[in-house]
Design a binder for this molecule. Sequence first.
Ligand code: SAM
Length: 200
Amino acid sequence: MANSNRSGDAESGNLILFFRRWLANPVQVGSIIPSSYALAQLIASHTQRGGDDFVLEIGAGTGAITRALIDAGLPQDRLILVELDPAMSAVLAERFPRLRVITGDATKLTDILPAEVRGRIATVVSGLPMVGRPLDFQQSIVDACFAVLRSGGAILQYTYSPVSPLPRKRLGLTGKLMGWAANNLPPAAVWRFTRAEASA
Ligand SMILES: C[S@@+](CC[C@H](N)C(=O)[O-])C[C@H]1O[C@@H](n2cnc3c(N)ncnc32)[C@H](O)[C@@H]1O
């Protein structure tokens, strides 16, 4: 009982933190509440990895998707989190003490990721707000991801938009809609992006 009170308190604390960080920086945070477990499970079900590959989650927030990735069986030493907001990354480090949590900017992945991980990432799971952002921001995120993904690797990006969250042609991407999570506020779609030439 005491334990469930504690986890309930932590969850409310995360909701309040998320809302506060959105108030402080709505463009960067992009949502007033964390993703639902239903959306997180949909993302986890499309997250590919094999052997010694890693999964990288960028814009991990307070760990809503992280939780589902671990619950789906992803070994914790194969999952790396990047989060720009120091208050949120402090929550991640406390909530997931066995994960590598990097406080940093996902446009600079080649600088902030450990050398042994670069080029060995099978999937980048992105919670970054992308819709309506400048093309050069979208380009720098996409380039940073493909610079650290292994050959054939992919970006999984969720969106509240009814269409692709990234302009595929302009960014040289092939994108596929993987599914919808109606049970999210608002409902969200999951897209998988690869380099156009890699998926032909
Ligand atoms: C919509 S929230 C998603 C949080 C979490 N993944 C979820 O689904 O609940 C977007 C997150 O991306 C983070 N973020 C925004 N820009 C970033 C950047 N350039 N590098 C790393 N994280 C970033 C924000 O601080 C925020 O935590």
